[in-house]
Write a protein that binds this ligand. Structure first.
Ligand code: ATP
Length: 610
């Protein structure tokens, strides 16, 4: 009973996968799908017809087939064989062309689907290794998955030729088809079993494969090139890569060896049966109960039968294999997003942000990163969040942008729960700079306008942003001005920037958005003192009348803030302006004094300002 249920589930899964792929294929191209289905039906029928024409031709030539006008019949048979041969070859080439075009289109469709799934997934999924592995597997498998369409058609055509040949063989001797089928079953079952275990193994090995890729990536990645040389870790990386490969390869070799041994053993069975059939027809010819044409027809059909059976089993196994890949692909769409976009309101501008008893722990962790935070920020204020590393400043910003939702409490914008706003509309109201923000291998201009791609970024607008942000030096070495590519990864004339210039470019991108709320998370960590001073002076104007939040470990910049909130282990420990907090003589004053002291010591040592 349990077995029947399991088989039923397998069939349902199998058919579901087949249907899903056919739907994908149909959506990608109705034209190519239809053509390939027609080819799949017509080509095998032509093969059977050819075998019959061959039989009559041989019987005609050996005088068994007696007709009135031998010449005409001979020429007609030859013409028939020629036409079928031409159709088979022409159709085959055309099918190959259609297949390559169709596969290409299908592959692009899958890539776009996976990209779409990835960009819509909650940020928390990227911390989840199960999700990440599945996403990587789906991306890796997308090319091989397009072959399911080919396999589905192969399955169709192989079934038709299998049934046709089986019927013809049955007419000759009912045992022929049955014996051949029985002989071919063990190798098919063996092939299916190993395909399944190879796929399972590849899924298990995915983590190691990713790690292997990671170590190779470090050796090849420009960003690590300097570290690799400085720390002389080339050998270390190669060793890591090799030992992971050895482990993966060893497991794969074990399965491949077993599969090959089983294949050698079982694949000789059909050969034995076809030889026995050949011998029995041969004796019939000697007895005069069969003709040479029959021998040609049956031996030809046996070859076609075995080939159609192996194509049938191959396509079946491949669909089975792809079924697991498709289930994996479908599963990445099934990961539940927790940051739901059910809001209906449009956010026009940000006047206030209010935290009401907000607590937060990252998914799958049991430690509060923010605990019972309550405060209200208004557009007339510039607020600095201050605290030592890991105190929760960046996390707090991520909650405002709904990268995550609080576990407890509510965040309100303009007095309304964040969740009431459409997610896109909410995020579109913030100009944000995150400390880990990278730049893109695009033109300098695109690196700035990408933050607001709907707005047309005319050259002057972008130049003004660079000017405002004191970042015109970025253009000094750019041979094609704003159109120059950033980095030389794709363009030999590309511009390479210093760490500080990268930060300035990312800041210019933030400023380009011109929103009513501005969030700057450690905006000056890589800037030289002059650039930092100039940028913060400009920020005073840019942030005027805007709700502004920033974090900075350099307390000299805090003078920009009207209000300072000090976080310690995710809790608010101080809240006030600089004067009040210094007077309080608690955590902020301690941090401030520490930096002042350091600054004085550097000055006394003749060092540079920190
Ligand atoms: N994706 C994550 N998953 C789990 N824990 C995280 C994640 N991101 C950050 N944390 C943890 O949350 C805490 C707060 O991190 P957060 O980045 O908000 O601190 P921060 O105050 O901005 O620090 P810094 O000054 O170093 O930038 C840290 O203990 C960090 O380890």
């Amino acid at each position: 009973m349990i077995k029947i249920k399991a088989i039923r589930n397998h069939v349902i899964e199998y058919m579901g996968a087949l249907f899903y792929c056919m739907k994908l294929s149909w959506n990608a191209s109705k034209y190519y799908t239809t053509f390939r289905i027609i080819c799949g039906i017509v080509l095998p029928v032509l093969g059977i017809a050819n075998a019959f024409l061959g039989k009559y031709l041989i019987n005609l030539l050996t005088g068994v087939f007696i007709v009135q006008d031998k010449n005409i019949v001979f020429l007609s048979l030859m013409a028939g064989i020629f036409i079928i041969g031409f159709l088979q070859r022409g159709g085959g080439s055309l099918e190959q062309y259609m297949q390559s075009m169709h596969d290409n289109i299908l592959n692009e469709k899958l890539s776009i689907m996976i990209m779409d799934c990835s960009v819509k997934a909650d940020l928390e999924h990227f911390d989840n290794t199960v999700y990440y592995d599945k996403l990587q597997a789906a991306a890796r498998d997308s090319f091989s998955m397009v072959h399911i369409m080919w396999n589905a058609l192969l399955f169709l055509s192989a079934s038709i030729s299998f049934i046709g040949i089986f019927a013809v063989l049955w007419l000759a001797n009912p045992f022929f088809g049955i014996l051949l089928t029985i002989a071919a079953i063990p190798s098919t079952a063996m092939s299916m079993k190993y395909t399944k275990s190879i796929y399972r193994l590849s899924m298990e090995q995915l983590k190691n494969e990713r790690r292997k890729g990671y170590f190779q990536g470090i050796a090849l990645d420009k960003r690590f090139a300097q570290d690799v040389r400085l720390f002389n870790i080339g050998g270390f990386l190669k060793e890591k890569h090799y030992s992971l490969w050895k482990e993966v390869f060893g497991e794969q070799r074990k399965v491949a060896r077993k599969r090959t041994a089983a294949a050698i053993l079982w694949e000789c069975l059909p050969e034995i049966v076809s030889m026995a059939i050949g011998i029995s027809i041969g004796f019939k010819i000697f007895n005069g109960t069969s003709t040479v044409g029959d021998y040609s027809l049956y031996t030809g059909l046996i070859v076609q039968f075995l080939s159609s059976f192996s194509r049938l089993s191959l396509s079946f196994t491949n669909i089975y294999d792809n079924k697991l890949r498709i289930i994996n692909l479908k599963s990445i769409f099934e990961f539940e997003n927790h940051v739901l976009d059910h809001g209906k309101l449009e956010l026009e501008k940000v006047d206030t942000i209010e935290f009401q008893h907000v607590s937060f722990a990252y998914p799958n962790t049991n430690k509060w990163v923010l605990e019972d935070l309550s405060f209200c920020l208004s557009k007339d204020e510039k607020t600095a969040f201050v605290g030592i590393n890991g105190s929760g400043k960046t996390t707090l910003i991520k909650l405002i942008l709904r990268m995550y939702d609080p576990k407890i409490g509510t965040i309100k914008i303009n007095g309304i729960d964040l969740k009431e706003y459409r997610l896109e509309s909410l995020r579109a109201n913030f100009s944000v700079y995150f400390q880990e923000m990278g730049n893109y291998c695009l033109s300098l201009s695109e690196n700035i306008t990408i933050s607001d791609i709907k707005r047309k970024g005319e050259g002057n607008l972008v130049l003004n942003v660079l000017k405002e942000n004191c970042s015109e030096d970025i253009l000094e070495k750019a041979p094609k001005g704003l159109s120059s590519s950033l980095t030389r990864i794709f363009d030999e004339d590309g511009v390479e920037l210093s760490g500080g210039q990268h930060q300035k470019l990312a800041l210019a991108r933030t400023i380009y958005r011109r929103n009513t709320a501005l969030i700057l998370d450690e905006p000056s960590s890589n800037l030289d003192p002059k650039a930092e001073h100039d940028i913060f002076e400009n920020l005073k104007t840019i942030t005027d009348g805007k709700l502004t939040i920033f974090t900075s470990h350099r307390l000299s910049n805090i003078s920009l803030a009207d209000r300072i909130i000090v976080l310690e282990k995710g809790k608010i420990v101080e809240d006030g302006n600089q004067r009040q907090l210094l007077k309080n003589n608690k955590q902020y004053a301690e941090l401030y004094r520490y930096q002042q002291e350091k600054f004085r010591m550097d000055e006394e040592d003749g060092g540079i300002m920190c």
